[in-house]
Design a protein around this ligand. Sequence first.
Ligand code: DC
Length: 239
Amino acid sequence: MIVTIDGPAGAGKSTVARLLAQTLSEQSGKTFEYLDTGSMYRAVALLGLRRHVDWNIASQLKILAENASITVNNGKTLLNSEDVTELVRSPDVTEKTRFAADNPAIRLIMVDLQRSIAQQLLQCGKGLVTEGRDQGTAVFPDAPIKFFLTATPEERAKRRYKELQQSGKQGNLNEILLRITERDLRDTSRTVGPLREPNNALRIVSNNMTIENVVHQMLNECKEILNKLCSTLENNPPP
Ligand code: DC
């Protein structure tokens, strides 16, 4: 079973996807893995930085992406077998990731990769919680359970500001808000794979909600849909 979580930057998708996969595994007795698809685009950007690509020539980054091995598994990102989980979150990589995410040829490669990861997991009897911008719309439009997790830009900026303070770093709330608004605009106006609320997705606005509340609400929705799927199967058994 595939569960998709889409939403804008800073909505808490990664944390929620990890916790939801963990809880679904514990409660269903079936292993659910989670996939952070943003880290795949980040890995391509890291490669571009290392190989000093000309960012204005889209084909250079595409050729690098075609020949790279990118593996994302339960929170670890491997680029040509090197663990780059921490490196892909650096500000330099974050700044350049748009060149990977906005490149239609690279999106095709990443979408293929995401589908083949899902297929392998399903073949082994596992489930997947996958998060990004286009998972419920373009990559897995037929997923039985889809979420759109969002919060107002102001709320997401406040959370980012608090995170920075907690890790002893300086931040300027207005600047953070400006950057979040810019990323929202870029994510929603991308020509291929733009951020959109998927059809049939449950929308969760997480302002004033804890991570636990969000996961709890998602879990209830998953159970309800699973029950419906089971009773449909019972009433209409496959021939
Ligand atoms: O979720 P994140 O901040 O790690 O994502 C990094 C970038 O990749 C961000 O600019 C949005 C983009 N992205 C995308 O276009 N499609 C996805 N499925 C996931 C992320």
